[in-house]
Design a protein around this ligand. Sequence first.
Ligand code: PLP
Length: 379
Amino acid sequence: MRFSTRAIHVGQEADPTTGATIVPIYQTSTYTQEAVGRHKGFDYSRTVNPTRVALERQLAALENAEYGSAFGSGMAATSAVLNLLSAGDHVVASDDMYGGTYRLFSRVLSRYAIDFTYIDLSDSDELRAALRPQTRLVWLETPTNPLLKIVDIAAVRAAAPRSALIAVDNTFATPYFQQPLALGADIVVHSTTKYIGGHSDAVGGIAITNDAAVHEQIKFHQNSVGGVPGPFDAWLVMRGAKTLALRMQQHERNALAVAQYLEKHPKVERVSYPGLPAHPQHVLAKRQMRGFGGIVSFTLRVPEERAMAFAAGLRYFSLAESLGGVESLICHPARMTHASMPKEDRERRGVTDGLLRLSVGIEDIEDLLEDLQAALDRF
Ligand SMILES: *Cc1c(COP(=O)(O)O)cnc(C)c1O
């Protein structure tokens, strides 16, 4: 089965009791048993729910994987993966990542005697130098948020010892453009709130793996801690995922056109998009990914206040956190998605006050370009 066929068919068999073609929203917390302990495999919805199971099977299939565990948010999925660790363990993480992940690592998990080292993971020498005998996990995003740096997943696998798991937050690329497990990663995490759900109407996350032992631990955590999605949210994400391929194709076409437009504009200082030949890791991106995604970052040649005014003055790009929906969004990372990161950490990572990030939607490209042009003309 190929990608879109899997998106539409895996986990989506007709309902066994009614024949409903679409998986129903099993909005139930519990299940009636015929006799004590005699039931159809479902006993309580924190533990297992048929709508959630359908979503888990569908999304695991998109990463060509055996196992998926769905969560109530991307952060809950990330937290579940970090719960594979114990006190005394060490994690190497990328120095350019989602602000909420950095907050979880630096302000929550570091209190549980887990040690983190943040490095530029695109440099294998830096990775080798950061490794310790206690290193149990390498955590990375690629493309990174918000600077769209590319990390070579296969090179990280080659440099890290077998005793360290490699987890990739694949939210930006989606399984349509990048398959980390095939490149040597052990675990893939998604915020399904973003492209997989795709319509900015549900919050969710998933952790996917081919390793049965890792899966068993994540499942145990999912049930023990209970950060599960409700049946309706699971259903919305599942519906969105069926059109992932179509949407990603259009996101990418539009993002490339926007990046090319901004690259030539005299008021724009710098554009980051892995699909531009000028991107320093364009060749690696081409090798590792099937496409470059829908996020474009750029810096305006204006002071911070005017960059923020620009962000608020567009017609079709809503000023909002998040990304990956059908509608275009603009965000000012320093004041929005990365506000939880101390200013000096932020600036060291290149998240400066003039940086803007676009989540290019699937509207007609002419409208998006006219919108950007009108706003740039005003400056
Ligand atoms: C949004 C996001 C998260 C967190 O996901 P939530 O669903 O908001 O909890 C993690 N990683 C990346 C790359 C994200 O964009």
